[in-house]
Design a protein around this ligand. Structure first.
Ligand code: FMN
Length: 222
């Protein structure tokens, strides 16, 4: 296969339209006092419009060398106390969060041209709540988590299938079995930014910043 022509790729990418669809108008002057209220309103609109995986978000962390890492996860809950996700403490993200318990979350709902950016401290939830989340997962997901090998090198898929089969049998004979390393984490936001694309390219940005007196709202240059 011939090498792709880098300038052709550049032209091809330049030709792909962005925000070429009707977009909602966001009036930051009418935004609620709490970012969780606006987040849930935008998430509800995404769900109601049939956006695929509307509760998927990018979780960004840093490793022990200070290098950034990021991956997509599913949001488990959002309210005035923060944004929750669940992960295995022995996974790379779990290890990174143990060393540097801060994170950023990014949501993007392309159909609406809307992005939400969250930054804050990450706090593990109480063990009983993590256990309840674990037990609410499907049997295969529990069996996989119990193996605690997420993101390790997979060199032998036969060995993987055997280990998974044994773990699944264990889950089926002990349905109350909980992996103590399974953890619900809450990102307690310091800032939450709402970004609404506009066809005019004068995009609208509103950042909530946590102050000792409560949430302050600031519009940002786009
Ligand atoms: C839409 C989507 C949803 C995902 N949801 C989860 C999830 O809820 N939990 C999870 O551990 N990985 C999920 N993943 C896989 C993660 O992106 C990632 O590959 C995995 O958690 C390993 O990350 P780590 O090596 O940084 O720990 C999802 C991936 C996608 C694309």
């Amino acid at each position: 296969m011939p090498e792709p022509d880098p300038s052709a790729v550049r032209e091809w990418l330049r030709g792909i339209e962005v925000f070429a669809r009707p977009l909602p108008v966001f009036d930051p002057e009418r935004a609620p006092a709490e970012p969780s209220a606006l987040f849930l309103a935008w998430l509800t609109e995404a769900v109601d419009a049939g956006v695929p995986d509307p509760h998927a978000m990018t979780l960004s962390t840093v490793d022990e060398a200070g290098d950034p890492d990021a991956r997509v996860l599913i949001l488990k809950n959002a309210d005035g106390s923060g944004f929750q996700f669940a992960a295995h403490a022995a996974s790379p993200k779990g290890v990174q969060l143990a060393g540097a318990p801060r994170a950023a979350l990014t949501f993007y709902w392309a159909e609406f041209g809307r992005q939400v950016r969250v930054r804050g401290a990450v706090v593990p939830d109480a063990p009983e709540r993590s256990a309840a989340d674990f037990l609410a997962r499907g049997a295969t997901a529990r069996a996989e988590a119990l193996l605690g090998r997420q993101s390790r090198y997979l060199t032998d898929s036969g060995a993987r299938d055997r280990a998974l089969g044994e773990s699944l049998a264990r889950v089926e004979t002990e349905p109350g079995l909980v992996d103590p390393a399974w953890t619900l984490y809450t990102v307690v936001p310091d800032t939450v930014e709402f970004w609404q694309a506009a066809a005019s390219r004068v995009h609208v940005r509103l950042r909530y910043e946590r102050e000792s007196t409560g949430w302050q709202r600031h519009q940002l240059w786009s």
